[in-house]
Write a protein that binds this ligand. Structure first.
Ligand SMILES: *Cc1c(COP(=O)(O)O)cnc(C)c1O
Length: 428
């Protein structure tokens, strides 16, 4: 019976509202099942997922190979802590370092933890290898960054909502505009104490800002020239999302990282999370070569769950799926198609001013103020029409479906998006 079934979603919302901290403002949709590019709500309505849990579910919901590996390991051994060795971690460490072309990995759980880890490694390297005086190290970050929610990370955010009243803030960060190599060079030359440059290859949370074609390569060269570590936060852009295995791989759509392509920018420290487990389990990683990673010695950093056998088994399966199913190439091809189809509409639209992105990390900008409710209302309507997306920063809507999508599904989704947007076009 519909009425009693309807209560299920309403009840779930009321429970979260009553008993959960209000640190999120979700769309009023209660999801209870997922498979591939689809999720279903508590009443059984089917949706295309165009958020993919902020790009954690690149391999699609409940991928049988990933879930299989996770369940199998969960029934065998879940957690040993790093007080002992386990028989999965080394295998995973070998696999992931080969996969991305680094000497070593430091396993953590969440993206924010991995960013914190990278910052700590960078500082330690600065004091022990570069010779910066104690407590003087500076790390350059970009305006509009999003690197997570810890007290140190929000210290260098410029989202007031993320920052305000969480002080005192961690010192040691220099902020420059994104996609601005002149500002980077100035910051690098202004001080002898710069240790690293932390950057998102595309700013996802900020609204999918794709930098100039040569920004990453130039930034890396500048960092190298100043003996400063180039730290790429690929928590959101990595694992095939932008049409290459990593966004720093540039215009190559092979499924593995390598140094063969002219466009590849090798970071000194690479930060991964989200889709590293295909959204099945919290798994993050920091990769670097020995000269950097070896500054970390026993007792200096760690995590009870980091590198646990379930995480190791799940992440291997998730990375295998990316390669086996050609997800980078699919993201590249479908992303281009998505932007081409939407661009046709944008040209004649009054409600959308532009579509931008790379691979299947895209966004549209709504022709209204950041404070307006229009983007939110469009997302509510999209949900009614069977497609889930969420505004980021008021008037921007991010579109990031699982990368296992087919062309037919993508065309269906574009039709839903355009139909929905048309209902918001101002009357002529
Ligand atoms: C999501 C995200 C993080 C933080 O990851 P959590 O798992 O939420 O802590 C860090 N950096 C970027 C670029 C992200 O998109």
């Amino acid at each position: 019976m519909m009425i009693s079934e309807k209560l299920r979603s309403q009840e779930a919302i009321e429970l979260e509202d009553k008993y959960g901290a209000h640190n999120y403002h979700p769309l009023p949709v209660v999801l209870s099942r997922g498979e591939g590019v689809y999720v279903w709500d508590a009443e059984g309505k089917q949706y295309y997922d165009f958020l993919s849990a902020y790009s954690a579910v690149n391999q699609g919901h409940c991928h049988p190979k990933i879930v299989g590996a996770m369940v199998n390991q969960a029934q065998t051994l879940t957690l040993t802590s790093r007080a002992f060795y386990n028989d999965k971690l080394g295998v995973y460490e070998q696999y992931i370092t080969n996969y991305f072309g680094f000497d070593k990995v430091l396993p953590m759980n969440t993206g924010a933890e991995a960013v914190e880890t990278a910052l700590k490694i960078c500082r330690k390297w600065a004091y022990e290898k570069k010779g910066i005086a104690e407590n003087e190290a500076q790390i350059i970050v970009c305006d509009g960054n999003f690197h997570g929610r810890t007290t140190t990370i929000i210290s260098f955010s410029n989202d007031e909502n993320a920052r305000k009243n969480f002080g005192p803030y961690t010192a040691g960060f220099i902020k420059i505009p994104y996609d601005d190599t002149e500002a980077l060079e100035k910051a690098l030359t202004s001080s002898q104490n710069v240790a690293g440059f932390l950057v998102e290859p595309i700013q996802g949370e900020a609204g999918v800002y794709v930098p100039s074609e040569d920004f990453l390569a130039k930034a890396q060269a500048l960092c190298a020239a100043h003996n400063v570590l180039f730290i790429a936060d690929e928590v959101q852009t990595g694992i095939a999302r932008t049409g290459s295995l990593l966004a720093v791989c540039g215009n190559c759509n092979c499924e593995k990282s390598c140094e063969k392509q002219a466009t590849y920018v090798q970071p000194d420290i690479l930060i991964l999370g989200k889709a590293l487990s295909g959204g099945a389990y919290p798994v993050s990683a920091v990769l670097a070569n020995d000269a950097i990673m070896n500054v970390i010695k026993p007792g200096q950093h760690g995590s009870t769950f980091g590198g646990n056998p379930v995480a190791a088994a799940t992440a291997i399966a998730a990375l295998e799926v990316v390669e086996e199913e050609g997800l980078a190439a699919n993201a590249r091809r479908l992303g281009q198609l998505f932007r081409d189809l939407l661009q046709e509409y944008v040209t004649e639209s009054n409600i959308v001013t532009l579509v931008r992105g790379k691979g299947l990390l895209n966004a549209i900008v709504i022709n209204d103020t950041e404070e307006s409710e229009t983007a939110w209302n469009i997302c509510v309507k999209l949900a009614e029409n069977g497609l889930l997306a969420k505004p980021t920063h008021g008037n921007i809507i991010r579109f990031a479906p699982p990368l296992v999508m087919t062309e037919e599904q993508l065309r269906d989704c574009v039709a839903i998006i355009i139909k929905t947007l048309k209902a918001f076009e101002p009357e002529l």
